[in-house]
Write a protein that binds this ligand. Structure first.
Ligand SMILES: Cc1cc2nc3c(=O)[nH]c(=O)nc-3n(C[C@H](O)[C@H](O)[C@H](O)COP(=O)(O)O)c2cc1C
Length: 213
């Protein structure tokens, strides 16, 4: 077997290309694993002539179930005579354009989605003096026992760091594995989660009928 000496310069070149290829593969795999299937983000502008108040319903979602809840709340509020905008937080609505705000997020790994917390943080001085209600969409800790209630309340820890909502409500959500990223699907499979829709539209509408009454 012939032995070929590799110069220091060649060695650095080979190592550099190897490192770049590894970094590229890892980042591509990482990106592919967290890539989210396309999900609808409803935006609604439900104007009412002579409306008593204008309400913002703003939300984020990963798989779409929270977005559908936000849209339903918006429609019910509109039927109650309010002017309503329903917008994803990533559209960065300005709370000072409204008389009251409803914020909604699903729970992922025990917390609200980071973009909704960022929205609250950035707008806290505007939100703090306003009527604010929050809705949380989740699948676990749904019981009425002490432990479930404590765990549910803990879902709002990051929210309460910045604001003190006047109303807080929890809705059971939906699992739809086909709408999850590879990584979320992997986590869901480990947790033995299955496709199921536990949203109770009567409870959701009851909240929208009474909030800010
Ligand atoms: C990866 C992953 C992690 C989740 N973590 C929690 C959790 O910690 N607690 C919980 O109650 N629900 C958890 N859920 C359930 C979601 O909150 C629920 O499916 C929700 O309806 C998803 O909302 P979305 O469709 O708007 O994204 C999790 C779901 C997924 C896919």
């Amino acid at each position: 077997m012939s032995e070929k000496r590799v110069s220091r310069r060649e060695f650095l070149k080979i190592a550099g290309v190897g490192l770049a290829a590894t970094a590229f593969t890892c980042s591509s795999l990482g990106y592919a694993a967290t890539r989210q299937p396309q999900v609808d983000l409803p935006e609604m502008n439900l104007e009412k002539e002579n409306a008593m108040k204008k309400i913002l319903v703003t939300y984020s979602t990963r798989a779409g179930s929270t977005a559908e809840i936000a849209a339903t709340i918006g429609q019910t509020l509109s039927q109650r005579g309010y002017s309503v905008d329903v917008l994803p937080v990533k559209k960065q609505p300005n709370p000072s354009d409204y008389d009251a705000v409803i914020l909604g997020s699903p729970i992922r790994m025990g917390s609200w989605l980071p973009e909704v917390i960022d929205f609250i943080k950035e707008n806290r001085t505007l939100l703090e003096p306003m009527p604010v209600a929050v809705f949380t969409v989740h699948m676990l800790n749904s019981g009425n026992d002490e432990e479930s209630r404590t765990n549910r309340q803990a879902y709002l820890n990051a929210v309460r760091e910045w604001i003190s909502p006047a109303e807080e409500v929890f809705f059971l959500g939906k699992m739809e594995l086909a709408k999850l990223s590879f990584l979320d699907r992997f986590i869901s499979n480990v947790m033995k989660a299955k496709d199921e829709d536990l949203r109770d539209w009567n409870t959701i509408n009851a909240f929208a009928e009474s909030v800010f009454a």
